[in-house]
Design a protein around this ligand. Sequence first.
Ligand code: EPZ
Length: 431
Amino acid sequence: MDRIRIVGGKELHGTIPISGAKNAALPLMIAALLTPETLTLENVPRLVDVRLLMRILSNHGVDYAIDGKRPGDAPIAGQTLHLSAKNIVDTTAPYELVSRMRASFWVLGPLVARMGQAKVSLPGGCAIGTRPVDFLLMAMEKLGASIDIEGGYVLASAPKGLRGAEINFPKVTVGGTHTALMAAVLAKGHSLIRNAAREPEVTDLANCLIAMGAKIKGAGTSEIEIEGVSGLGGARYEVLPDRIETGTFAIAAAMTGGDVMLERARPELLQSALDMIEKAGARVTSTNEGIRVTRNGSGISPVDVETAPFPGFPTDLQAQFMALMTRARGTSRMTETIFENRFMHVAELSRFGAHIRLEDDSAIIEGVERLKGAPVMATDLRASVSLVIAALAAEGESMIHRVYHLDRGFEQLEQKLGACGAIVERVSEPG
Ligand code: EPZ
């Protein structure tokens, strides 16, 4: 098992290329199940979650090829995946695979839409709350699937095919919207998704489905209309840049001070977070190249933040922003409205000397003058990277254990930070 050693106190200066978005790449890869033709995805990040999903898809019969790196490619360039689900040989997604990554549960929609049946294990994923799938099952039932749960598996069937329906989500759900979209594109007739997630990753999926021949209107708004078609074809599609990786490095630069260019980052994907980073005292400017973040000399100001569905402040940046607030000149409050148990990083941040207390769904952070390096434990993907951010600003050495969480969602994290002057290295843990 690897760990990461960081010696804090260095400003970040340089350029960080932003990778393709994990949370867009995963549903786009799953969309390959909807067509017998080849779906080619460009700018796919090299991540553990992507590799795991390739295993899950190949279990269903998807053939895949990965274009290798060519001479002249940038050192951190996304990979191109060719996915071909000509023959779906198995409609079961087993516990051993699905329990390791929640997003793999989303194969349910396309499998039922194309094959009329699926057996998918109930999911696992990061430990950030109970994370039920009731909305996803409700959407499938509305579209005409019958659903049973047996032995930890969801058994879904629609032998005569799915039919268009109105789906009204009681709460905004990204995975529910992905599932409903991927099922409705092949359903007979018209569907309407109300209270749909407006996250850029949903729009990316809809745009790819449109390129494959689907009829979809309104993606990016809270009402999406779909006119079912009898089949979809292949397409070539480029995954959008990762807004959570962008926000994470922007917060890291705000934390350490310095001057960082986030290459290929797009401000409209995370405007609410950029606004908060500016309020905290960093300067954020958009250029043709990407987003530049600087903080020179000025201290960090306390900012109250509440997470919300897009276009609000993303829950996936809550832990990182909390790390920044630990060094603010004053007290701030972070309220988590999406997941009920997403404060696992609080105890670990306290090991650096941070002053944080929890009050219901909020964390109250009293900024301290300095953080001190410490051994800490990564608990989930975004929490782990908040520890990296704290360690970059802490005095002395920190050791972050269980970094496999980081490898699920951050491509070449140490290389990207190291290239900007951070002292960061991966060491293999004995045993
Ligand atoms: C996606 O998870 C992301 N994952 C999460 O990122 C992200 O935090 C989340 O959306 C919110 O933005 C991927 O895209 C792979 P939801 P998802 O359904 O789709 C409740 C990361 O670190 N809910 O939008 O699983 C749920 O409990 C991950 O990259 C139900 O009650 O999230 C939560 O409170 C972590 N019933 C809320 O809705 C359901 O059937 C929103 O969850 C479904 C969801």
